[in-house]
Design a binder for this molecule. Structure first.
Ligand code: AMP
Ligand code: ZN
Length: 116
């Protein structure tokens, strides 16, 4: 269920504007407002879920869908050969700042490992 105070729920409902890249019945994809790479988009499930830690067995297909949407967008934006990174930050200690599950897709520059 949508959370009235959640930034990404507000973007999904249209209350807060965003640069939309893709949408379907299960998720939306927007450009990150503070891009960390030439391509930096967020794949966001329409259903409010605070983090990956809240996902259950019934969300397995949704989680797979979010990753596949990220892969499709990476290819659409020309990064299929050079490579791309998908990241889910879970919890404040891991850098999660918006408590609505989302997958980051980053591409278009060399990536270091391990991430900071
Ligand atoms: P995380 O820190 O993993 O929770 O990721 C949240 C991301 O949301 C950050 O990369 C922010 O730059 C991004 N962000 C915050 N507000 C907005 C917004 N209004 N539109 C697009 N991206 C946003
Ligand atoms: Zn939300």
């Amino acid at each position: 269920m949508a959370d009235n105070h959640c930034l990404f729920c507000k973007i999904i409902s249209g209350e807060v504007p965003a640069d939309l890249v893709h949408q379907d019945e299960r998720c939306i994809t927007i450009r990150d407002i503070n891009a960390q790479a030439p391509t930096h988009v967020l794949v966001i499930p329409r259903e409010h879920m605070e983090s990956l830690d809240e996902a259950s067995g019934r969300d397995e297909a949704l989680l797979g869908h979010l990753l596949r949407v990220g892969a499709r967008i990476a290819n659409d934006e020309g990064h299929g050969d050079s490579g791309y990174r998908t990241v889910i930050n879970t919890g404040a200690g891991a850098g999660q700042s918006v408590p609505h599950l989302h997958v980051h897709l980053l591409a278009g520059r060399p990536m270091n490992w391990p991430p900071g």
